[in-house]
Design a protein around this ligand. Sequence first.
Ligand code: CA
Length: 230
Amino acid sequence: MKETILIVEDEKDIVKMLEYNLKKEGFEILSVRNGEDAIESANKEHPDIVILDLMLPGIDGLEVCKSLKNNTKTATIPIIMLTAKSQESDKVVGLELGADDYMTKPFSPRELIARIKAILRRIKEHNKLPEVLKIGDLAIDFSKISVTIKGKPIELTAKEFELLNTLIKAKGRVLSRDYLLDTIWGFEHSMEIQTRTVDVHIRTLRKKLKSEAKHIITVKNYGYRFEYED
Ligand code: CA
């Protein structure tokens, strides 16, 4: 089955260039010009990835990102943001909102395709995990990507789930922020952005895990580990 990519961009030349290059790679392409249509299309068509320009008429890219990540129907769809050099701070906000990666304009289509493929590959890897893992009151269902505490469902974003999953898979080993970023977000950028992004997601994950957050141990100036007994 062909994978579908939703392009959200109002600049016609960029859309054309992306359509041409992505179709050549065998992807199915949907494209919309504004944020309203992006949200509607993502809900209706369930693309495998969204390429989201941040600068859009009407609802901007960050709002679109927020809306998609806060809706359980679209929360797991990976988002690659397209940003201008002048939007450094928006990029950080976007990553905190749950976007998976970004590309700064101008970018090479080949680089974008490499990132798309890396994300799709990561998703496939994660889909191969064991079915259900129980740790105390916590139950993690890898096939349904769902987490419950005492049977009650906990709503995690795709990134929070991946973070939890990666920590658990390490079986008590300490994982550095760099490692977590590389594994979950899959890119290497400035240290400041990296550290903040991981910490922000750990914070929201802990909040949602409530009493079960005790398993996530902070290793000062380094990273995190997940502590539990088999
Ligand atoms: Ca634009």
